[in-house]
Design a protein around this ligand. Structure first.
Ligand SMILES: Nc1ncnc2c1ncn2[C@@H]1O[C@H](COP(=O)(O)OP(=O)(O)OP(=O)(O)O)[C@@H](O)[C@H]1O
Ligand SMILES: [Mg+2]
Length: 289
């Protein structure tokens, strides 16, 4: 956290410019990421990364394997501590508190409260194996949010219905397919009523025939008006459901815009090259299936 105290507590929205051509509706800046840096030993993964996300935005994060998509999501969810930079959600700087104009690491209690506002869906579902689908979903609403068991069950059943698994509420993860487990994990994340939801390649651990049902559930659940960031290699899906696309390369967001801008008409050669490669890969995969 060595540089953090130098980054200053003021998040001047004018300084946060992921893309100078951003449309004016982006003035909301629900999520502001400014000069984010994260390294592992000598490897600098994120460097001077700036990104704004408006409320209700569905942002797909694309980029090569190893470009730092998971690292960025993990920094937003405070599963990693950045080396420098600031992440603010709904006006609240994450993981840091200000004292006399300097930023210091926040107490654990503050961090846990902030983490409760950010949902994350992982590649490998991460369900508790010894709990049923319903128990997996009600755990955090009861213990973190303080909901009564009845209220938590009501919310959980609503989300299980949305993801099409109301009849599987008493199933254990091992009794469910990978696609069903991921749908439970999505219901679990949404049942916390998060301000922001992060998906880290939610379909990449699935057999190809199960990908569609999970993408359908993500599309349906993000229609609730939530703000979402989705790291994905599913370019067609990203195009369909996202309001915006960010391309991560060399540790920073190097192209940002609508799906029509970034996917259909990329301006940067790096983006074009990435899209050519991924399209060729997807084409050859679909020929095999
Ligand atoms: N905990 C860690 N310790 C050391 N290196 C790490 C750690 N986490 C990530 N890295 C490295 O940081 C780089 C970025 O990793 P990251 O997982 O964020 O990439 P990604 O864009 O999500 O890739 P993928 O598309 O394969 O999921 C990689 O080189 C990775 O090996
Ligand atoms: Mg990743």
């Amino acid at each position: 956290m060595s540089d953090v105290s130098n980054s200053g507590p003021n998040l001047d929205p004018n300084l946060v410019t992921a893309d100078e051509g951003q449309p004016s509706e982006h003035a909301g800046h629900f999520v502001e990421i400014k000069n984010l840096r994260k390294s592992f030993h000598d490897l600098v993964v994120l460097d001077q990364l700036n990104l704004d996300i408006a409320k209700g935005e569905i942002l797909s994060l694309i980029g090569s394997s190893g470009s730092g998509k998971s690292t960025l999501l993990r920094c937003i969810a405070q599963l990693e501590v950045p080396d420098a930079g600031v992440i603010a959600i709904d006006g609240e700087v994450q993981g840091l508190i200000e004292k006399k104009g300097k930023l210091y690491q926040a107490p654990k209690k503050v961090i846990r409260a902030q983490q409760a506002e950010v949902g994350m869906v992982f590649q490998n579902f991460n369900l508790f194996p010894h709990m049923t689908a319903l128990e997996n979903i009600i755990e955090a609403p009861i213990h973190v949010r303080g909901l009564s068991p009845d209220e938590a069950k009501r919310v959980a059943m609503e989300w299980l219905s949305i993801v099409g698994l109301a009849d599987n509420k008493d199933s254990y993860p091992i009794e469910l397919s990978g696609g069903m487990q991921q749908r439970v994990a999505i219901a679990r994340a949404f049942a916390m009523d998060p301000k922001l939801i992060l998906f880290d390649e939610p379909t990449s651990a699935l057999d190809p025939e199960l990908v569609g049902e999970v993408l359908d559930v993500i599309e349906k659940s993000t229609k609730s008006g939530v703000t979402a960031v989705i790291a994905t290699h599913e370019i067609a899906f990203a195009h369909e459901i996202s309001t915006h696309i960010a391309f991560l390369s060399g540790g920073a967001i190097t192209e940002y815009g609508t799906p029509e801008q970034v996917i259909d008409n990329p301006q940067e050669e790096r983006t074009r090259e990435f899209l050519r490669r991924i399209t060729a890969r997807n084409d050859s995969a679909s020929k095999k299936n």
